[in-house]
Ligand binder design. Structure first.
Ligand SMILES: Cc1cc2nc3c(=O)[nH]c(=O)nc-3n(C[C@H](O)[C@H](O)[C@H](O)COP(=O)(O)OP(=O)(O)OC[C@H]3O[C@@H](n4cnc5c(N)ncnc54)[C@H](O)[C@@H]3O)c2cc1C
Length: 384
């Protein structure tokens, strides 16, 4: 088998990359403004809608492009978008992350109401798991849902929710009896309110969601009662690797900035790119980037086949690529000297965009803890 057959992306993924590049190029002029907007940027939203790319993260029977969500497709698109705009990348990804459970297990009428609209970017999606006092330890959430008179009633407070305030639908994780359920709550339902108490360093649309006696029909429970965690895990299994793709895109954009700066600026009569340890830093960043990209594509291809069976690999790719992006962006800032610190510069934005990737969708430490357990189990089993 040729190296290309083994390690080159098949043509239809390359075509998808080209589509994503067209979209990314078309929004370069508004990228900085959108990243700082703190709300969904209307120009960015229309460009995403016009591109038709959201169809990649919605199954075909609801207006999507592939029979089921293809994690490698989502990953290569995020790689391209994240290098140009964190805002655009997040909007694209959340359309899939916010609705994956609904596509997999929602009631038919609710699926028909929302999923085609999400595929066309006419509706914006959100996934609400985190609470003010609960992050990694999701089983400790205090949001509740119970059935009363044929309706579902929710009480709780969700925090740091991407798209809060601009989303049209929220997929909410809540305690139901002794278990946990997911419930779809449309924006505008009485009792649901949003606020923006936190401004974070990253370019990101984020807010809190309060559910004060919110009522929806029982058909808005996504999957059966008690199935919430299974569906959250399925969502992570399908999309975690796409964060790795976004991290690779951010790192590549930072490295390109660094190379442009270091070849264009001289100190001591030579380009920075030839001075002291600068070339070594650039070459090491490139090496780490390519290593991460290889693992990311491998993990994404495996995930496209069987998300749950490949969770160990997509988790490794997520940790490897996001930690790599942190190092590469930091080195790029160092190589650019004071110009890497200038507010509004591309490098400064990429630096801020890379940082939260190591915290959301499974923090590095939580993932490593789980991988270490799996490693020990596997090696112990192999030895017997
Ligand atoms: C930009 C951004 C967007 C987000 N979007 C969403 C969203 O759309 N929906 C949503 O529900 N949430 C969202 N979140 C929240 C995100 O999911 C949480 O930040 C994440 O789960 C980590 O929780 P925490 O921040 O409370 O950290 P904590 O859980 O308090 O962890 C703090 C530190 O302790 C470490 N730690 C925790 N547990 C362990 C352990 N068992 N072993 C070792 N170390 C551990 C962590 O790795 C971390 O370093 C978003 C966050 C950010 C920054």
């Amino acid at each position: 088998m040729s190296v290309d057959a083994l390690f080159k992306l098949p043509d239809h993924y390359c075509a998808l990359q080209a589509e994503a590049r067209n979209l990314a190029d078309s929004v370069r002029g508004i990228a900085a403004e959108a990243d700082e907007a703190g709300r969904v940027h209307p120009g960015m939203r229309s460009a995403l809608a016009a591109s038709g790319l959201v169809t990649v993260v919605v199954p075909a029977r609801f207006g999507g492009r592939f029979e089921r969500v293809d994690s490698l497709a989502a990953t290569v698109v995020r790689e391209v978008l994240a290098g140009v705009s964190g805002h655009l990348d997040s909007m694209f990804a959340m359309q899939g992350i916010g609705t994956f459970a609904l596509s997999a297990a929602g009631a038919e009428d609710v699926q028909a109401r929302w999923l085609p609209a999400v595929a066309k970017t006419e509706a914006i999606a959100a996934l609400a798991l985190t609470e003010p006092d609960v992050g990694s330890d999701l089983r400790a959430i205090s949001t509740t849902v119970h059935e009363r008179g044929g309706r579902l009633v929710l009480h709780g407070h969700k925090s740091f929710i991407t798209n809060a305030g601009d989303a049209d639908l929220y997929t909410v994780l809540a305690r139901e009896g002794d278990g946990y359920s997911l419930v779809l709550v449309p924006a505008g339902t009485p009792g649901l309110s949003t606020a923006s108490p936190h401004q974070i360093i990253a370019p990101h649309v984020l807010g809190d969601v309060v559910l004060d006696g919110v009522e929806v029909g029982t058909d808005h429970r996504v999957g059966a009662a008690g199935e919430g965690f299974r569906l959250v895990l399925a969502t992570l299994a399908a999309f975690r690797v796409s964060v790795a793709g976004a991290a690779v895109g951010v790192a590549e954009a930072a490295l390109r900035e660094a190379v442009a700066h270091c070849t264009g600026r001289e100190q001591f009569g030579v380009p920075l790119a030839r001075l002291g340890s600068v070339p070594e830093h650039l070459a090491m960043a490139w090496t780490e980037l390519e290593m991460a990209r290889s693992l990311t594509y491998r993990a994404a291809a495996a995930t496209a086949g069987d998300p749950l069976a490949s969770l160990w690999l997509s988790s490794m790719a997520k940790v490897g690529a996001t930690e790599m992006a942190g190092r590469v962006v930091d080195r790029a800032v160092q190589a650019a000297g004071r110009f890497g610190l200038t507010r509004g510069s591309n490098l400064e934005r990429l630096y801020r965009e890379a940082r939260p990737m190591r915290i959301y969708e499974g923090s590095t430490e939580v993932i490593l803890d789980s991988l270490a357990r799996q490693l020990i189990k596997k090696v112990t089993a192999d030895d017997h």
